[in-house]
Design a protein around this ligand. Sequence first.
Ligand code: PLP
Length: 397
Amino acid sequence: MDIFKTTRALFHLPEGVTYLDGNSLGPLPHAAQDRVDAMMRDQWGEMLITGWNKAGWMEQPSRVGDRIGKLIGAEAGHVVLGDTLSVKVYQALASALELNPDRKVILSDSGNFPTDLYMAQGLIRMLDRDLELRVVPPEDVEANLKDDIAVMMLTQVDYRSGRMHDMAHLTEVAHRSNIITIWDLAHSAGAVPVDVSKAKADFAVGCSYKYLNSGPGGPAFIYVAPRYADVVTPALSGWLGHAAPFDFDLNYKAGAGIERMRVGTPAIIQIAALEAALDIWDMVDMAQVRSRAIELSELFIKEVETRCPELVLASPRDAAQRGSQVSFAHPQGYAIMQALIAHGVVGDFRAPDILRFGITPLYLGHDDIIRAAKTLQTVMDGALWDRDAYRVRARVT
Ligand SMILES: *Cc1c(COP(=O)(O)O)cnc(C)c1O
């Protein structure tokens, strides 16, 4: 029995829709709906405030965080959930900068997701100590890992092209110059095998609503390597990161290890959805998911290139250098994607010209890939995208 047939049945996939956008928002696991329902009725409804103790709500950010930790190769007890990824980037960067107080430069690349760069810009302004954000092309990162760099802050898999950095190699080169490393795993967790411990990453952050399927606004996660977990001083020193929140001490004292990266009250309803979604990951191993994803990606590239020669592959051709998405470029990319969605195949668009397709074996198979490529061909051959309605930019693209 193909395990991916089993996992596919665990998701709600709307009738008539082929969904290649799980890299942006994973679909609803049936169990998440039931789990949230039960949590609201039996825990929130019946236990009220006592749920924090009785149902273990207070431990959930680290307990469920550990389950994500397993998927990214983190040591047990070194991942915690909370807030949004933007906030976790800010926290990691503030702490990383404090570990290298005599240096002034944050190195990132132009393939990074803008919010990561924006958070760095805001933090630099707040710290007001002549810090610089140096943004170089992705292929120039290694050559820029020099002694003036305090922190290397990268997203492993490029959100537009799917190009993947070699985490272990860049981390090793960075460490030779005593640079602290932060890896954003937004498009890695649940997408490709990751081993933060083996790669010796210092900090890692990511979100749960993309490949991990926790639903819109699901909690982010942060990893701090054991060597720093008890050393870092959180910039967002909220009460739930305090050593003893219910002492209501007037002065902040950081909690033990990763607990100090908590800020405020966790989103328990959303964590219930995430936990149900993570149960599905217990049924597969990442190597198995990766090899199926590569198989499906190669098939998609071959089919689209044969059927739609006007679309230009915008992802690395070498599967080893690609995350779990495939992108194509076309000047009319936005309208093409809207027409494709209207015909039942959902991907998304990233400015200026990228059509993005997430490859997610848990709920996508060969038939879906073929159907997506054929529909794309229909849209291209008939110029079905060439309508004013498809050119109107929605708020979310
Ligand atoms: C999706 C994504 C984000 C989103 O951040 P939120 O705070 O969750 O909205 C941030 N960084 C990267 C690299 C992403 O891919």
